[in-house]
Ligand binder design. Structure first.
Ligand SMILES: NC(=O)c1ccc[n+]([C@@H]2O[C@H](COP(=O)([O-])OP(=O)(O)OC[C@H]3O[C@@H](n4cnc5c(N)ncnc54)[C@H](OP(=O)(O)O)[C@@H]3O)[C@@H](O)[C@H]2O)c1
Length: 315
């Protein structure tokens, strides 16, 4: 069955922009709820996108958003917050979405989890991602929904906040003390992630499955930062911090008001490798190498230094 009308919750974010564009290019109609329409006006110019300001945590509003839809996608996620905020975004919202889908007669649900999601993790991010994923799969199955979940490693591509953050920091300073330099990632390209979601949407063989999504290569965080510096043509001194210094750095960053560069929760997550030995699932095509597309980080205009400020302001 072709799912023509899709509600993408969290569709205004980084992954959401790429997924929504892909779904539109495939001729689907897409509804994108957001807390602030003004922030994602760029999506409103796409021909079959409807951007709706809504509180997705309100069950009545969520149910209304699903009216007339064939499928739902949940991309909502946060990296920083209190345990209650993590639980609300990663566990309660997916549960409400399953209930709303069942009420609205929407039978297909794609759910974004994360690689490293583990019930026993010390990181609240990873624990709540695991709880949300389990809830969606179990409660979704009980409600008769066809659910597929995805667990990507860190995602790169135009608009990312991971490599662009380091790019912004290195444009500002010649020296970068790097917490978690040892952490291993297998970064995956955002357009490959969007393709996996889009292909899974109408593929009944993916029902009930959980797919890890990784790129072709494993890198330490230090290697990723050095690759970023080389791409930008910057000679930078990257100082790898050990575990104790990284923990102290994260603690210090938590005291900073506004958007956090790093928290102890991020530090705990980085203690476990974020890699998938099985690589990118062949059913979704071949993964793109970071080196093949990393030029998106290059920026030659006077606005280049704004990257960091933009990321910090969540714009
Ligand atoms: N980026 C990565 O490297 C990566 C890696 C693994 C997994 N993931 C997961 O992939 C998903 C998408 O990631 P992303 O990088 O695209 O994130 P993002 O750019 O931060 O976008 C997240 C979206 O979620 C919505 N959102 C955030 N907090 C919310 C809240 N409290 N209530 C309601 N909506 C909220 C935002 O909607 P509005 O602001 O429009 O309201 C935003 O559009 C997340 O679940 C993330 O955990 C990402």
């Amino acid at each position: 069955m072709k799912h023509e009308r899709v509600c993408v919750i969290g569709g205004g974010g980084f992954v959401g922009h790429h997924l929504v564009s892909r779904l539109v290019a495939e001729g689907r109609r897409v509804r994108v709820p957001t807390r602030r329409r003004q922030r994602i006006l760029d999506l409103t110019v796409l021909p079959t996108v409807e951007v709706v300001e809504a509180d997705v945590h309100d069950p009545t509003a969520l149910r209304a958003l699903l009216d007339g839809m064939d499928a739902a996608v949940n991309l909502v996620g946060i990296l920083h917050g209190t345990p209650a905020e993590f639980t609300r975004a990663h566990v309660e919202l997916p549960q409400k979405l399953v209930a709303a889908c069942a009420q609205a007669g929407v039978g297909r649900l794609l759910h974004m989890s994360a690689l490293g999601a583990e019930a026993g993790s010390r990181s609240v991010y990873q624990r709540t991602k695991a709880q949300g994923e389990a809830a969606v799969l179990q409660e979704g199955a009980r409600a008769g929904l066809a659910v597929t979940a995805f667990r990507p490693s860190v995602i790169f591509g135009p608009g990312d906040s991971f490599l662009r953050l380091f790019a912004g920091l290195m444009r500002l300073a010649p020296v970068l003390p790097l917490a978690g330099a040892w952490a291993r990632f297998q970064p995956v390209y955002v357009r490959d992630v969007a393709r996996a979601f889009a292909l899974a949407l109408d593929d009944a063989d993916t029902h009930g499955e959980v797919y890890a999504l990784c790129g072709p290569r494993v890198y330490t965080l230090q290697e990723l930062v050095q690759l970023t510096a080389r791409t930008l043509g910057l000679k930078r001194w990257v100082i790898p911090l050990g575990r104790n210094a990284s923990y102290a750095f994260a603690r210090l960053m938590e005291l900073k008001p506004g958007r956090k560069l790093m928290t102890r929760d991020n530090y705990y997550a980085m203690l476990t490798d974020n890699v998938c030995p099985q690589g990118f699932p062949a059913r979704f095509g071949a993964p793109t190498a970071l080196e093949a597309v990393i030029d998106y980080l290059r920026c030659t205009g006077p606005h280049c230094g704004y990257e960091l400020y933009r990321a910090q302001a969540r714009r």
